[in-house]
Design a protein around this ligand. Structure first.
Ligand code: HEC
Ligand code: HEC
Ligand code: HEC
Ligand code: HEC
Ligand code: HEC
Ligand code: HEC
Length: 400
């Protein structure tokens, strides 16, 4: 009994003695992991800035960020990094000045919280190094390896698809020759006695030739899912997706003319005079831009979306007047490494949308002449005016 009590007291005592160091240890652990987490996160978040900025490494697409934390107040920097264009549009003098200095190239907005931006700023202030005492090497290395692996995978997929096509073409040629030889042997030469060999070769050859013809014709004709290889492995996912470059920055005539247009190499040079290397393809693909500029030869892009010559289609009419998003007709291009034709550009497709889609009726003076429709709309007899109601099904509107 006595023994037991004694032990109990001793236990309680040691427990009391151990508690403060223990709590301190826990506190130390959590604070360590928080600062560890934040710096690793800041480094990760800064990765999305690296395509356009360095810290002390000179100008890229955007300014060198060394010392930027001393140049502007933090509140301004947070707003600018989250959404620089909003600041420009609000008339902020500093934002407009730097925007003009960089040829009106909009810095993309970033979906970052105030705290995350503050972390990035701290990271920039430390010249892109982690504050002393934090040996947080592990996490950044891991992410670098992970993104490199992901990039490799994407590249491999890209190449696999291309190789599959080439292999099919080579196989088709070889089996085409074998096919001719077998037929020749079967009818004239009789060199091989076992006829089943001829039949097997002929069957396999026909099958491969069939596959190849299918592949060939589908990439020639105007086809849904048509996805030709381009002379430069230009990726919309990298540009319009990851770097959030506006569609109209490159397809700058989409709002003002019939054609959206493909940007000339000089537009690529706005950035690639400085961005010389990509994560997926290194310098290989970007070098082709320099070659095109040097040789003064336009890049021979393969057109993906094709309408027959007897159809009239106008981008301005749809993008600017109709306020239709590129996505509705071209799919989510910003997610594509290689552009594909998403819809079958058939007459039925055009008409389907014209029957359902509203025109910008009240706001467009052009439609003032449709007095009856205005009256019906105001009286509540109809709830919308579709394209078809203003002549969107007239043959002559789409056919020359
Ligand atoms: C696609 C390129 C691009 C990316 C990505 C990008 N920026 Fe920028 N940034 C610019 C350009 C261009 C400017 C020049 C201002 C302008 O055109 O609006 C700029 C300006 C700035 C400025 C003002 C610098 C000064 O000296 O006035 C800061 C700060 C800045 N960026 C921070 C960031 C941070 C932080 C990130 C990542 C979260 C980032 N940027 C991502 C292109 C980019
Ligand atoms: C209403 C549907 C529609 C919308 C909206 C639309 N496009 Fe198109 N786009 C087409 C069609 C159809 C073609 C094929 C035109 C042809 O072959 O004459 C095309 C062709 C193109 C081309 C090839 C070059 C050219 O001018 O023919 C580009 C680039 C393009 N579109 C980009 C865009 C961008 C960027 C947007 C958004 C700003 C957009 N498109 C909005 C239907 C649309
Ligand atoms: C507004 C700036 C800008 C313009 C304009 C631009 N690019 Fe880029 N491009 C970038 C950035 C940023 C990267 C990403 C670099 C990286 O991977 O870190 C890039 C990457 C690339 C890559 C390499 C992709 C990879 O990850 O390997 C190629 C190829 C490329 N661009 C081609 C073009 C071509 C062709 C044009 C013109 C039609 C063009 N770019 C126009 C900013 C631009
Ligand atoms: C950095 C420049 C750049 C940006 C930004 C850009 N594009 Fe393109 N786009 C190109 C180039 C170069 C081609 C031709 C090569 C190809 O088809 O990939 C092209 C081709 C296309 C095509 C195929 C045209 C055809 O029929 O041959 C469509 C559709 C298209 N872009 C839509 C878009 C949309 C939608 C966006 C915005 C989400 C966008 N682009 C942003 C440069 C750009
Ligand atoms: C996603 C919907 C959509 C698709 C697809 C579409 N259009 Fe349209 N189109 C519109 C809208 C909306 C307008 C009216 C714009 C306005 O005036 O407000 C319009 C207007 C037109 C006009 C002018 C009609 C007039 O009354 O003056 C022509 C011509 C036209 N489209 C041709 C085409 C052709 C050709 C195609 C197929 C290759 C096509 N459109 C596909 C939505 C579409
Ligand atoms: C909104 C635009 C639009 C209108 C309105 C329109 N068409 Fe078409 N038409 C097209 C397109 C786009 C094609 C190309 C379809 C294809 O190649 O599959 C086409 C193709 C055709 C063809 C070729 C056959 C084919 O399917 O390829 C004929 C014939 C034709 N149209 C007749 C007419 C007649 C007649 C009218 C009036 C009743 C009319 N179209 C109204 C857009 C239109």
């Amino acid at each position: 009994m006595i023994m037991n009590k004694f032990v109990n007291v001793r236990r309680r005592k040691t427990f009391r003695l151990m508690l403060p160091p223990f709590l301190f240890f826990i506190l130390f652990l959590t604070s360590f992991s928080i600062s560890f987490g934040q710096t690793a996160e800041a480094e990760q978040n800064f990765a999305q800035c690296k395509a356009c900025h360095t810290i002390g490494g000179g100008r890229l697409v955007g300014p060198d960020l060394k010392g930027v934390t001393d140049k502007y107040p933090q509140v301004w920097l947070i707003k600018f990094i989250q959404n620089s264009q909003a600041l420009v549009k609000s008339g902020n003098k500093e934002a407009i000045k730097i925007f003009n200095e960089y040829n009106k190239f909009p810095m993309p907005s970033h979906n970052l919280t105030d705290a995350q931006v503050k972390d990035i700023l701290l990271y920039i202030k430390h010249d892109g190094k982690l504050p002393a005492g934090v040996s947080a090497k592990k996490a950044p290395i891991k992410t670098a390896v992970a993104t490199a692996r992901q990039a490799n995978q994407e590249e491999r997929y890209f190449e696999q698809k291309r190789d599959a096509r080439r292999n099919l073409a080579i196989a088709a040629i070889i089996f085409g020759i074998l096919l001719l030889l077998s037929i020749f042997d079967l009818i004239f030469a009789h060199y091989l006695k076992a006829k089943w060999i001829h039949y097997v070769i002929i069957l396999v050859a026909l099958w491969i030739l069939g596959e190849w013809t299918w592949d060939f014709t589908t990439s020639l004709g105007r086809q849904q899912n048509y996805q030709p290889d381009q002379p430069i492995a230009f990726s919309h996912k990298v540009h319009a997706g990851q770097n959030q470059i506006n569609c109209e920055y490159c397809h700058f005539t989409a709002e003002t003319s019939m054609n959206a247009g493909i940007p000339p190499a000089s537009v690529c040079m706005n950035c690639h005079s400085l961005v010389k290397k990509g994560k997926l393809t290194g310098t290989k693909e970007i070098a082709k831009i320099y070659a095109a500029i040097k040789e003064k030869k336009p890049i021979k892009w393969v057109k993906v979306d094709n309408l027959p010559a007897f159809v009239y289609f106008n981008h301005e009419q749809h993008v600017k007047v109709g306020k239709i998003d590129c996505k509705e007709c071209h799919g989510d291009v910003a997610k594509m490494d290689q552009v594909a034709e998403v819809h079958q550009l058939s007459m039925g497709w055009c008409l389907d949308c014209h029957r359902q889609h509203k025109v910008q009726f009240s706001s467009n003076k052009f439609y003032a002449k449709y007095k009856k429709l205005h009256e019906e709309l105001n009286a509540g007899k109809i709830d919308k005016v579709t394209v078809t109601m203003v002549g969107g099904e007239d043959c002559a509107k789409c056919h020359y």
